[in-house]
Design a protein around this ligand. Sequence first.
Ligand code: MLT
Length: 261
Amino acid sequence: MLEINGLKVYDNGNQNGKTLLFVHGFPLTSNMWKYQTEYFIKDHRCITYDIRGLGNSSAGDGQFTMEYFVDDLIYIVNTLELDKPILCGLSMGGYISLRAVEKYPQLFGGLILMDTRSEADSNEGKLKRAAGIKRINEEGAMPFISDFVPNCFYKSSIERLGDKYISFLEEAKSNSAIGVKGSLLAMLSRTDTTEFLSQIEIPTLLICGEFDALTSPPVMKSMADKIPNSTFEVIPDCGHLSPYESGDKVNEVMDRFLLKL
Ligand code: MLT
């Protein structure tokens, strides 16, 4: 494990292969990419990291913006001297990835967006985030996370995953209140990247869980329709966390995409 600018970074796999740079969702940790890193390390260099304030990365004062998260990502790319990594972001990780490609299109060789959207938060969404911050101020982060995470999974995945689901939830619950509130602030103040979608020039794969309750397949299909060189895939029988709920299927779809790069 490396420490780069206060962030815990995990750099594993085949250093001669293509580089996959994974950006996790909220309020999770880099461990959500477990099934992808296990599978892709044979032929690829796999880099995951804990977003500032989450997992083992430092929370500091928790005054985060999406721009700050993008700066962190670019700092990792530059420090590790990554040559055109393929950026793979889920949900909040997708917000970070889209904004990073918008700002620095020349740095990346491909883009994989999972269970995410390009629109900024609506007024209703912003108020929901504000209510989340208020709740965390009053009760700490655990009750908020305990309610948020189950909504991310398709019900039958929870039953199927059993202990794996329990340990996933426990790990999310160990995130700090400052870090979780920092992510909420960053998400509620992020810019809208929809206008930029038609200008994405790198090959892009969009993946969505069939029963994703947060970013449904039609939302991602409409993004894919705007991105010129893109492929859209729906993963059956899973929710918002397709790479964890249906790791094998997601790996298969990613494999097909990566072979063409
Ligand atoms: C995530 O999975 O990263 C979050 O659900 C994103 C969000 O709340 O907008």
